[in-house]
Design a protein around this ligand. Sequence first.
Ligand SMILES: *[C@@H]1O[C@H](CO)[C@@H](O)[C@H](O)[C@H]1NC(C)=O
Ligand SMILES: *[C@@H]1O[C@H](CO)[C@@H](O)[C@H](O)[C@H]1NC(C)=O
Ligand SMILES: *[C@@H]1O[C@H](CO)[C@@H](O)[C@H](O)[C@H]1NC(C)=O
Ligand SMILES: *[C@@H]1O[C@H](CO)[C@@H](O)[C@H](O)[C@H]1NC(C)=O
Length: 507
Amino acid sequence: MRGHMESSRLTLGVISWCVFACAAETNTLRLGEDGLLHLNNGNFNKALSEYKQLLVHFSTPMSADLHKVSEAFEEAAAQLQGSDVTFARVDAVKEQDLAQDLNATHPPFIRLYLSGDKHSPVPCPIPTTSSSIATWLKRRTGSPADLITDDIQSDELLVVGFFKALDEAYAQVFYEAAVELPDLTFALTQKHDAISKYGLGDDVVLVLKKSRLMQAYRMRPETNKEELIVFITVFQMDPVTEYTGQTVSQILTSPVRNHALLFVRKSSPDFSVIYAAFDRAAAAFRLKVLFVLVNVDEPRNGRLLEYFRVRDFEAPLIRIVNLTDHVTYHLPSQTLDEETIIKFCQDYLDGNAKPKMQSEPVPEGWDTKPVKQLVGSTLENVAFHPNNTAFVLFYLPYSPESRAVFPLWEELAEAFEDQENVVIARIDASANDINMSMHRQYPSFCLFPALYAERVVVYTGKLRVKDLVKFVHKEMEKAKKDRVMEDEDRRKYRDALREDEARKEEL
Ligand SMILES: *[C@@H]1O[C@H](CO)[C@@H](O)[C@H](O)[C@H]1NC(C)=O
Ligand SMILES: *[C@@H]1O[C@H](CO)[C@@H](O)[C@H](O)[C@H]1NC(C)=O
Ligand SMILES: *[C@@H]1O[C@H](CO)[C@@H](O)[C@H](O)[C@H]1NC(C)=O
Ligand SMILES: *[C@@H]1O[C@H](CO)[C@@H](O)[C@H](O)[C@H]1NC(C)=O
């Protein structure tokens, strides 16, 4: 009895020691292996009161993009060791309550807390490298005078402000934009000589690339920081940006929320012509639509193609996506010339473009005419029907080659009118997402034999009713043999299942 009491006292002792020790553990401010202060519910306030400038990264589960941010943050912490800024990290998943209390469950994920104020941290722009963070910290405590230079020759991109007077509001707005865009080099000059070659007046902001003028912006009394940032971020990019690992974050963080994507094979012979048209159209929509090139030859773009449900053999094609509501639009044309692209973009902006749908609605009376009109949602049921042979024309309504085949398909349907187990059908491939692997151009002719197996046979022969009928009969004969085997297999399987059940009942 006594022994028991002693041991429970001992247990109590251990527990209270642990409570004390663990509390002490969470309260202390220690640097982790990554050189950052690790903050949690227990020590956040302490850090806040101890450090005048606390730069906190709220880390969330890692995507490749966020991993880069994380790395840049750690590098900046190492480079700025000993400065007035203390770098800290909160694991926003583990420390959910803390993140919620701080309203930090959403971007921006890097925030600078000043003088112990937990309510109004300064958001840090998403860094691409450690120097983004260092430049931002430096600029935010600096002034327009720091940017003065008369040397505006640069190989890189350069944003130049030319103002009559530096104490003007214009210079201030310009500087505020520079703080928010730490990845770009900014310069202020008052020497008219420096910019006279561009033939512009006073109070302008120039975006220069290798000293070539990309675009000029004339400041107006009502110009604010946001407007200037949009101008600079748009015109620092070329009219068309190729989608790559390097450009993806620039594309996705662009203030322009309408994107036109050209899916094209760079290796294809017509690439340069299509690209030139796309590029010229892009110039007409700066600030309204961001033009993006997606090279279909590049395997790393597979995920993007999947997202937009573009199959590689469909290239070249153009889609517009509204990044606000993620609705996509498909350019309904086979010709991708400048005029067509401009019209498509303008129609979209005017609200006249039709969104691309996974399936059109099932048309009324779709199966009453000789040629059945399929849509995305009815295709599989009809094509993969085990008792019917389906011969389906995949067409593009705007393509003359496709339309030319319609009468032939009517004739073919009439030829099989009396055979209930043969279905002649067609589907508009531009308006319906077709979830089958077909590596064909349109129009394309696919026969789906009467089998349980989901088999597709593509017809490549002459476009004559006689040949098509022959093809269907030949494929039906072939399928009949396979079907006998399928039925046999299925019967065996059923029997085996039955035997199995019978045995279980015996047991
Ligand atoms: C978070 O947001 C709520 C509601 O807007 C506000 O009451 C609270 O003070 C905020 N917390 C911080 C730390 O700013
Ligand atoms: C994009 O989507 C938003 C939200 O639905 C809508 O308000 C806006 O008008 C759309 N833009 C265009 C150009 O259709
Ligand atoms: C196919 O035919 C068989 C035999 O007549 C029938 O049992 C089966 O239900 C049919 N399958 C379908 C999907 O109609
Ligand atoms: C395509 O079909 C597969 C399997 O039936 C399905 O998992 C996938 O979600 C479909 N994709 C689309 C875009 O409908």
